[in-house]
Write a protein that binds this ligand. Sequence first.
Ligand code: PYC
Length: 403
Amino acid sequence: MLQLFRIQRLWRTHALKDTYDVVIIGAGVHGLATAYYLAKHGITNVAVVDRWYVGSGASGRNTAIIRSNYRTPEGVAFYDESVKIYEHLGEELNYNLLFSQQGHMTLAHTDAAINGLRVRAENNVLLGVNSRVIWPDEIARLVPAMDMSANARYPILAALYHPPGGIIRHDAVVWGYAAAADRMGVHIHPLTEVQGIGRSNGQVISVKTTRGEIKTGAVVNATAGWCSTIAKMVGVDLPVVTHPLQALVTEPLKPFLDKVIVSATLHVYVSQTDRGELVIGEEINPYSSYSNRSTLPFLEHAAEHTLALFPCLKQVRVLRQWAGLCDMTPDYSPIMGEVEGVKGFILDVGWGTYGFKAGPISGKMIAELIVTGKTPDLIRPFRLSRFREDALVGEKAAAAVSH
Ligand code: PYC
């Protein structure tokens, strides 16, 4: 009888083998997606190692916003492929991901902001992404609970409306990828911290962990927060500064908001989950830190900024708040691909505040790179050497809330 109620584990526990074809550092959405797509290519002798539990880093701490309304052609094309994968991922992984393509709205409170949104809308449309600038009448129809009055503290003048954007259940994405990778033979090793990476003649040959040494010819750095630490193990300095980002969740309310609302001026984004809770985030902390603790100033600012948009929420109680780590690059775009001079070491890092939405496509592209030995065109613009070559992919204007 007891057996009936026993919950089936989603992935198995394995002894650490002494050799794997590929070792992926970081059991978040990026690392697990990479493992899954490698396994789909037939490469299953793969270990995903993490110093803590599966999904314990940025994958479990973000606000689960999916969108592709970026600013640069490179960014729009890349993130759009991720949205397309997300649209069918639940079916593919046979896991309910609660993906709600409810639409995403970036507000403009100034004329300068409207101009910025127009550029994004034009670039989006040119690349086939559904985005357009809309005006107060339509905004009021789509989001009746938002304060659209002209005497609001920050009057809303326009918005970039992106219907395919939305929210997803982020833990479910992580668990879905982990379970599918496990079914295909990938070994997932939580509580396995990487302490060093061995090299010989410029080629990666091993990974030293707290549970033993692994021989391997390919290592993927798919960490957030600790990507510079891991890169330093092979002598690579990354142009990354780590900042915490904080978020909170409120008590559940009856459904009243079916759009993701972002205000870069107010540094706030608000969405309502299927359970009715509001998920609210702010900009990155203005100082670099590795702290995962949330703060009172964050709570004060998030409440103030949310109430500037939705005064009707003033009696709502906050259930919990948390922080995660964001690795910010100078151009607010990620770093993906091989590293000159360190064969077999592959980067999937620098994901700032935009990593979760990119997990599926970056996993797919990194797997393709490993299998073919060639950098896919879609991720070539995000190579590490772009900083030296002055070929930045400037996405700061579309990074939602980081200034
Ligand atoms: O890029 O969509 C985004 C985002 C939301 C919260 C932080 N970044």
